[in-house]
Design a protein around this ligand. Structure first.
Ligand SMILES: Nc1ncnc2c1ncn2[C@@H]1O[C@H](COP(=O)(O)OP(=O)(O)O)[C@@H](O)[C@H]1O
Ligand SMILES: [Mg+2]
Length: 332
C-alpha cells in the first residue's frame, strides 16, 4: 500500500486586485505518494505556478492569499506552521525549482557559499564534505567548469547556468518532495535530458517524490506515473499516464494531446485549441472551458460540472458530456 506524502485539500488562492478579489485556483485537491512522480499540465495561465507557490507558502511577495484548504506534508498541515517551522521544512523536506532561477538564488553570495550553507543546515556534513557534495551536485546537472561556477556570484552566470545551479541546490539536500515548475524549459535538449535523468535517479534511489509541472506532454509520458490537468485554476482531469494518453476524457485534455507534435509533422501544422484561457476577473458562468469547447451543450454554459470519479480507480474528470456518457453507459 502506497504511503501518501503530500495531500492538498480544497485549496483556494485569491489575488487582491484594485477592483476586489480574483480566484486564481479553486477547490484544488490531489495527493502525491512517497516516491511518486506526478505531472501537472495545462496551458500558460491555468494556475500551475500559483498551485506550487501556495503549497510552498511562497506567495508572500505577491498580492496572493490562500483563503481555503489544507496542505498536508507527512500529515502536517503546512498552512498552520509558523514562518520559522515552515522555513525548516523548506529545503530539507521540500524544495522547489522555479521557472525563474534568480528568485531562489541569493545575489550577494557566491554559488558555493549558498549551496554549502543549505547543505550544512540540513545534512549532517562538515565544511569539507559539504564542499565536495556541492561539487558533485553541480557536476551532475551538467556544469562543465564547476570550480569557476562555484566561485561566481549568480549575476555572473548565464540564464541556463543559473538554472542549473538552482536545480543542483534544490536537490542537494535530498528533499522528500521536489516541486519542479517548468524546470528545463529554458535549457537546451541535452541538458534538459541530463536534468530529467538526475531527477529520475533521485526518485529511484532516494524515493524523492516529484510534482513535475510542464507543458511538455512528452516529458510527462516519460517521467510521470500520474497526471493532473488544470484549466482556469481547476483540476479538470486526473488519471494514470497510460489512461490519460490512451483515453483522455475531458475535451480540454484531448485538445492538449492533439497539440502534441508527431514525428515528421511540421510544427506550423499543429492543431491548437482555439481561443484563450479566460481572464480571472471575467470567468464564464458554467464550465470554464465551455466557450472554447466544440462539444459545449446548454448546461455547460450555465452550471459548472464537478470533478467526478471515472470507472477506473484514481481517474477523475470534470465535464458534463463525460458525465452524460457515463450515465448512458450505466456506469454512474
Ligand atoms: N502575482 C500575481 N498577481 C496577480 N495575479 C497573478 C499573480 N500570479 C499569477 N496570477 C494569475 O493567476 C493565474 C494563474 O497563473 P499561474 O499559476 O502563473 O499560471 P501557470 O503557471 O499555469 O502558467 C493567472 O491568471 C495569473 O494572471
Ligand atoms: Mg507557471
Amino acid at each position: 500500500m502506497a504511503e501518501v506524502l503530500l495531500e492538498v485539500n480544497h485549496l483556494r488562492t485569491e489575488f487582491k486586485k484594485r477592483k476586489g478579489k480574483v480566484t486564481a485556483i479553486d477547490d484544488v485537491s490531489f495527493h502525491i505518494d512517497k516516491g511518486e512522480i506526478v505531472g501537472l499540465v495545462g496551458e500558460s495561465g491555468c494556475g500551475k505556478s500559483v498551485t506550487s507557490l501556495s503549497i510552498m507558502r511562497l506567495l508572500r511577495d505577491t498580492p496572493g492569499e490562500i483563503t481555503n484548504g489544507t496542505v498536508l506534508l507527512g500529515g502536517k498541515n503546512l498552512l498552520e506552521l509558523s514562518d520559522k517551522e515552515m522555513h525548516a521544512f523548506q529545503g530539507k523536506q521540500m524544495a522547489m525549482i522555479f521557472q525563474e532561477p534568480m528568485t531562489s538564488l541569493n545575489p550577494v553570495m557566491r554559488v558555493k557559499e549558498q549551496i554549502v550553507e543549505a547543505i550544512r543546515l540540513h545534512l549532517d556534513m562538515d565544511q569539507a564534505q559539504a564542499l565536495k557534495h556541492t561539487e558533485k551536485m553541480l557536476t551532475q546537472v551538467g556544469i562543465p567548469d564547476v570550480q569557476q561556477v562555484m566561485n561566481s556570484y549568480p549575476h555572473q552566470l548565464s540564464g541556463g547556468m543559473s538554472q542549473r545551479v538552482m536545480i543542483a541546490m534544490a536537490m542537494s539536500c535530498y528533499p522528500e518532495l521536489l516541486i519542479a515548475d517548468e524546470p528545463t524549459t529554458a535549457l537546451d535538449v541535452t541538458i534538459q535530458a541530463q536534468i530529467l535523468d538526475l531527477m529520475r535517479e533521485l526518485n529511484q534511489k532516494n524515493g524523492m517524490s516529484i510534482l513535475l509541472i510542464t507543458h511538455d506532454l512528452g516529458v510527462v509520458a516519460e517521467m510521470c506515473s500520474r497526471v493532473i490537468v488544470m484549466y482556469a485554476g481547476r483540476i479538470v482531469e486526473q488519471a494514470d499516464v497510460e489512461t490519460l494518453f490512451a483515453h483522455p476524457r475531458n475535451p480540454y485534455t484531448q485538445g492538449l494531446l492533439a497539440s502534441l507534435p508527431r514525428l515528421g509533422q511540421h510544427v506550423d501544422m499543429l492543431p491548437s485549441i482555439p481561443g484563450t484561457v479566460p481572464d480571472l476577473a471575467n470567468m464564464p458562468a458554467g464550465c470554464k472551458f465551455a466557450p472554447r469547447c466544440k462539444y459545449a451543450m446548454d448546461i455547460c454554459t450555465k452550471e459548472e460540472p464537478k470533478l467526478v470519479d471515472m470507472e477506473k480507480p484514481g481517474c477523475k474528470c470534470r465535464c458534463w458530456l463525460v458525465e452524460q456518457q457515463m450515465k448512458e453507459e450505466g456506469k454512474a
